[in-house]
Design a protein around this ligand. Structure first.
Ligand code: NDP
Length: 243
């Protein structure tokens, strides 16, 4: 078990999948963790994840809901000094069939949503004099994927966003890094067909999907590594061999 650190941590989309695994990891280390959810609340703490998470309803496409969620987190835990912008969605279609709404709605959640939460979090981080931000992108940002022009563009946008923020906020001890998971065992990947899954696994030296906890490992590393900035860490079982 890591040493308790007692930081105020905020994870968007922390009710399931990668967000929940990440939130539980910080909570197990003694941090005070707020998770946001849109639909269902996170499951109650189990014996293996004994620390409670503070759950707040928040749709990241709505700035007012983002502001309110931060107010709740700050009132309970103090200024947020660790932010994991994880909430994300897909709307896969080949470009010829993709509507403008398919494109803009995915960008609004994945990219503009991250902008909304980061902008709100940075206020408190500037006051606190430090901050750690991790954005959850995807290997689709690095390699592209047929049917995912909207998703890949939104996730690639996070890289430029993180690197620009690194220039803006570096001297204030606020870091911003990106984790780019490959296919991970969550509800999102369960939507793939067997054929899509088999194709992806053929290109993955690990020969299996990532577990959400393995993505959380990379997030925790980046939060602890104050001199790593503007980095993109693939967690893809070797599929991109580091890229
Ligand atoms: P899930 O589908 O299991 O979870 C998605 C999470 O995002 C849920 O908590 C969901 O909330 C939340 N969310 C979606 N839209 C919004 C919104 N508008 N406002 C607030 N919350 C929202 O996916 P994963 O855990 O797999 O995905 C987590 C992140 O990892 C995403 O950014 C995804 O793109 C990325 N990723 C996932 C990969 C995979 O293979 N699973 C691979 C690469 C990247 P709710 O439950 O309330 O709807």
């Amino acid at each position: 078990m890591e040493q308790a650190t007692g930081r105020s941590v905020f994870v968007t989309g922390g009710n399931r999948g990668i967000g929940l695994a990440t939130a539980r990891r910080f909570a197990a280390a003694g941090d005070r963790v707020t998770v946001t959810y849109r639909g269902e609340e996170p499951p109650p703490a189990s014996a293996s994840a004994s620390a409670e998470l503070l759950a707040v309803r928040c749709d990241v496409t709505d700035s007012q809901q983002v502001d309110l969620a931060f107010k709740v987190a700050e009132a309970a835990h103090g200024p947020v000094t660790v932010l994991v912008a994880n909430a994300g969605t897909t709307q896969d279609r080949l470009l010829v069939r993709m509507t403008e709404e398919d494109f803009t709605s995915v960008v609004d959640t994945n990219l503009t949503g991250a902008f909304r939460v980061v902008r709100r979090a940075v206020r408190g981080m500037l006051g606190a004099g430090h901050g750690r931000i991790v954005l959850i992108s995807s290997t689709a940002a690095l390699h592209g994927a047929a049917g995912q022009t909207n998703y890949a563009a939104s996730k690639a946008g996070l890289v430029g966003f993180a690197r620009s923020l690194t220039h803006e906020l570096g001297p204030r001890d606020i870091t911003c890094n990106v984790v780019a998971p490959g296919l991970t065992e969550t509800d999102m990947s369960r939507a793939l067909t067997e054929e899509q899954r088999a194709n992806l696994l053929r290109q993955t030296p690990a020969g299996r999907l990532a577990r959400p906890e393995e993505v959380a490992d990379a997030v925790a590393f980046l939060v602890g590594a104050g001199y790593v900035r503007g980095a993109v860490i693939p967690v893809d079982g070797g599929a991109g061999l580091g890229h």
